[in-house]
Design a protein around this ligand. Structure first.
Ligand code: PLP
Length: 391
């Protein structure tokens, strides 16, 4: 039903479910369990030896969890996936699993802020060297390698600056040096960037964002190739950090409609980006899916889809005017997440966090998450916001 020959939106509807196992129910139910009873001493002892075919304990292997893992892994082309309780768990667990004291990690300077905080606060404490590199480095990242570099962490497009990375070139250098490539693929989702086809070894997702899609679930996924999976699975098991079946149910429900939602998010974001680009208040729109935007050529080469999150650089203007615009928005809410059905807008300050590169686009920046509302209404909301910007 869900073989590779079908198109992604068909597969999204058929992967990760087995009605015959659940009285014919279309969806795998929320399967809640901690204790699992063994039918005999023989089976109990098999489980203790790790040879039991059933589920020995509810921490791992519940069907609501494994169905989500299997469906997402199949779409992105991973060997297997692990579900975790948040996107941040997904970005950080592989770093602990794949490194030891004395190793070095190269992290993109455009990395999601809390991932950077984890590296600085905890990897360094464990005796791991952390350094940041220019997200646009491509093959020239070779200069930043040390003899002990074990991981190159990528995120494309980057969290705030939306710079698109040449992951292929980076992966080629990394593999030549015996390092693995981890990517945070939350922006493009498994439908927009098939990371394993571009040399990525581990792909992580904040399923909280587009996969969940409704701003009501915290969820993360770690997707791995065959070589890295055993170490990730080992730590995931030993730490006991599975996701809850309730959260996996919601994430899998979101996944079913993700291709449809992404198409709408992208179409609306393109329309709004074009409109913004023509406004005199706007200096630049940074949206890799938009022709003419920074990063568009690389995006076109590597990605098969986009989403609705992008940045706008305004002409220089007093902060009070921007605050008036933001406070006066009626449909766009202010919030730190994205990927839901509702549109969001926030001011962003990449220059405050980046350390390896200088961010100076020539004006203040806003980040827009374009939701599923009618784009005409969203444009009208932005237009009335610009009247408040003018004062
Ligand atoms: C939100 C986000 C995360 C973390 O996800 P949570 O579920 O909120 O912990 C990781 N990476 C990126 C790029 C994100 O935007």
């Amino acid at each position: 039903m869900s073989r590779d020959k079908h198109k992604p939106s068909t597969r999204a509807g058929h992967l990760g479910r087995a009605p015959e196992k659940f009285l014919g129910a279309v969806n795998t139910p929320v399967f809640r369990a901690s204790t699992m009873l063994f039918p005999s001493v023989e089976k109990l002892e098999q489980a203790a030896r790790g040879e039991y075919e059933g589920i020995g304990y509810g921490l791992h292997g519940l069907p609501t969890v494994t169905d989500l893992q299997d469906a997402v892994a199949a779409i992105e082309g991973a060997h297997a996936a692990l579900a975790v309780p948040s996107g941040l768990t997904a970005t950080t667990l592989p770093l602990l699993a794949l490194m030891k004291a004395g190793d070095h990690i190269l992290v993109t300077d455009a990395v999601y802020g809390p991932t950077r905080r984890f590296c600085n606060n905890h990897l360094t404490r464990l005796g791991i060297e952390v350094s940041y590199y220019d997200p646009l480095a491509g093959a020239s990242i070779e200069r930043d390698f040390r003899p002990n570099t074990r991981i190159v962490f990528t995120e494309s497009p980057g969290s705030l600056t939306f710079c698109v990375q040449d992951i292929r070139a980076i992966a080629e250098v990394a593999h030549g040096r015996g390092a693995v490539v981890v990517t945070d693929n939350s922006w493009a989702t498994p439908f927009g960037f098939r990371s394993f086809h571009h040399g990525v070894d581990v792909s992580v997702h904040a399923a909280t964002k587009y996969i969940g899609g409704h701003s009501d679930v915290l969820s993360g996924l770690i997707l791995a190739n065959e070589a890295t999976y055993p170490a990730l699975h080992r730590l995931w098991t030993d730490i006991g950090v599975t996701a809850s079946p309730d959260d996996c149910f919601l994430a899998l429900r979101g996944f079913r409609t993700l291709p449809l939602r992404l198409a709408r998010h992208t179409a609306s974001a393109l329309e709004i980006a074009q409109w913004l680009k023509a406004r005199p208040e706007v200096r630049e729109v940074i949206y890799p899916a938009l022709p003419g935007s920074r990063g568009h050529e690389l995006w076109k080469r590597d990605f098969i889809g986009a989403s609705g999150l992008f940045a706008v650089v305004l002409q220089p203007v007093a902060k009070a005017r921007i605050d008036a615009l933001l406070d006066g928005m009626q449909l766009f809410g202010m919030g730190w997440s994205w990927g839901g059905f509702e549109s969001l807008i926030i001011p962003i300050y990449p220059e405050r966090v980046q350390t390896a590169t200088k961010w100076n686009p020539g004006g203040p920046c806003l980040r827009l998450a374009v939701g599923l509302e009618d784009p005409d209404d969203l444009i009208a909301d932005l237009a009335q916001g610009f009247t408040k910007l003018a004062g």
